[in-house]
Ligand binder design. Structure first.
Ligand code: NDP
Length: 497
């Protein structure tokens, strides 16, 4: 056979398959130099301001008002006027139109909001774009649907609005937490004064523009910014009828103490230390993805994060090996880069808290694994971390770290898994990985957690109630349950009575 001349061409193979950067343009966001408070449909000039920054590089973004107790009282007065002047008596079908409009505008402006959320909060753009914004719009759509059906949601109970709601939200999901709180409040005919977190006020301030676009009557939603002092002033403001708070258990307890005996309504959505439980019959690769999503999503700044991983002893070694290998593929870096999996830590204070707890884990004897990772020089960063050899008594297994840090523990039997999972002062969420449906139900009945995910984690839907047991708080947000905290009921006579 004749020899065939093979072409001797040198192929230039890249030696490195690293991702090229794919930064999202921030030109779509136009920030003012200075923001006041949005009260009664007007911008009030603040006497004192502070600087809000981008945690990815500490770039100053804008000066934001530090509201005083008098500023808060003006906002509450504006909310009371709007409540009495027609919002509370507007037919539900009319209120629904405003909520639908807000939802549509959020969809139309979602890229702008997503970029700003990532810039001010540090979360990866793919999360703010694909999770925070779609879910925020979905909450307004969902509660728009309830606004004219409250009588049917609560038959024979004559629902009516509570009044003025004071709402205090954290920095981990700034716009989404706003949506969770504002949408049901308005659907039920209440008016609102909302305080965003000190470090992430900008999407709430941009939301005021949406309110104007939607032509929501002045004073129905008012936004005051500032630190914990502003939140405390809102809690203590005399004319507030209800407080809805999401944040730390410590501040939640303080608020509960202050409101005791005042007759003001209260819902608290607080911390968590969720157990993510993997049985030996689970699909391991799928479980690894769920574990990664459970704890490294939003840098672990998630109240329901799966921060305690319980692995059945027989699969401990292969699972941990798979998990550690998967960690080496996570891309940590610029939140505005579309390839980024883990963004910046929200603030210097939070970074310090994570570092302190991680140091305690090492000191107490746990084994630490961190993948090789080059962190940006400026800004606040923490390498995704796994602790093995963790005892239940260690602080990293007990306290909420609120960072990209996972503690791995083991169990042998389902009973032991339940006992260990429930061994926490919290009770917000849990995850179960197994192929047996009956075991999922058995576990879900015994886990003291407000949400139990099965073969998935961190799934949210506006129609599904969310909230905690024990020190994770009380009251539910989302779903029909999420309407109740914003309603009073006149029990009516039973049918035919
Ligand atoms: P906080 O509980 O302090 O913050 C939540 C909100 O409450 C913010 O808007 C905050 O304002 C406000 N606030 C603070 N003090 C008071 C007060 N005395 N009265 C009324 N409102 C107040 O949480 P941190 O930001 O300090 O985070 C600390 C820890 O809390 C985290 O490490 C994490 O473990 C946990 N956390 C849990 C969250 C959850 O979703 N369950 C969310 C955030 C934090 P400001 O931002 O200005 O301080």
């Amino acid at each position: 056979m004749a020899e065939i001349d093979k072409p001797q061409r040198e192929v230039d193979l890249p030696g490195d398959w690293a991702y090229a950067s794919a930064p999202e343009s921030r030109d779509i966001v136009h920030l003012r130099d200075r923001y006041g408070y949005y009260v009664g449909g007007e911008w009030l000039e603040p006497a004192e301001t502070y600087e809000t920054i981008a945690p990815r590089d500490e770039e100053p973004l804008a000066a934001v008002g530090q509201a005083t107790a008098e500023d808060v009282d003006r906002a509450v007065a504006a909310a009371r006027t709007a409540y009495a002047d027609g919002w509370s008596s507007l037919p539900g079908s009319e209120r629904a139109k405003f909520l639908f409009r807000i939802a549509r505008i959020l969809q139309e402006r979602s890229r702008e909001f997503a970029v700003l959320e990532s810039l001010n909060g540090g979360k990866p753009i793919k999360e703010s774009r694909d999770v925070d914004l779609p879910l925020a719009a979905a909450h307004f759509f969902y509660y728009a649907g309830w606004a004219d059906k409250l009588e049917f949601a609560f038959p024979n109970r004559r629902p009516r609005p509570v009044g003025v709601a004071g709402q205090i939200i954290p920095w981990n999901f700034p716009l989404l937490m706003l949506a969770w709180k504002v949408a049901p409040a308005l659907a039920c005919g209440n008016t609102v004064v909302l305080k965003p977190a000190e470090t992430t006020p900008l999407t709430a301030l941009l939301f005021c523009d949406v309110l104007r676009q939607a032509e929501l009557p002045d004073g129905v939603v008012n936004i005051v910014t500032g630190d914990g002092r502003t939140g405390a002033a809102l809690v203590e403001s005399d004319d507030v009828d209800k407080i809805a708070f999401t944040g730390s258990t410590e501040v939640g307890k303080e608020i509960q103490r202050r409101l005791a005996g005042t007759g003001k309504r209260l819902t608290l959505e607080l911390g968590g230390k969720a157990a993510n439980i993997v049985f030996d019959d689970a699909a391991l690769d799928q479980a690894v993805e769920g574990i990664v999503n459970g704890i490294y999503f939003n840098q672990g700044h998630v109240c329901c994060a799966g921060s305690r991983l319980f692995v059945q002893e027989s699969i401990y070694e292969p699972l941990v090996a798979k998990l550690e290998r998967r960690l080496t593929t996570l891309r940590v870096g610029d939140p505005l880069d579309k390839n980024t999996d883990v963004g910046a830590i929200n603030s210097a204070a939070q970074l310090e808290r994570i570092q302190e707890l991680v140091a305690s884990g090492v000191e107490e004897g746990a084994e630490i694994y961190q993948p090789p990772c080059v962190l940006p020089e400026k800004g606040y960063w923490f390498v995704p971390t796994v602790f093995t050899n963790v005892a239940q008594s260690y602080r990293i297994a007990q306290e909420e770290i609120f960072g990209p840090v996972l503690s791995v523990l083991t169990f042998r039997t389902p009973e032991e898994a339940v006992e260990k999972a429930n061994n926490t002062p919290y009770g917000l969420s849990a995850g179960v990985w197994t192929e047996k449906g009956s075991r999922i139900l058995w576990m879900a009945q015994r886990l003291r957690a407000g949400v139990v995910w099965a073969n998935t984690f961190n799934r949210f839907d506006p129609s599904s109630p969310f909230g905690g047991y024990k020190e994770s708080g009380f009251g539910r947000e989302g779903g029909r349950h999420g309407l109740e905290p914003y309603l009073d009921f006149e029990e009516s006579e039973s049918f035919g009575g």
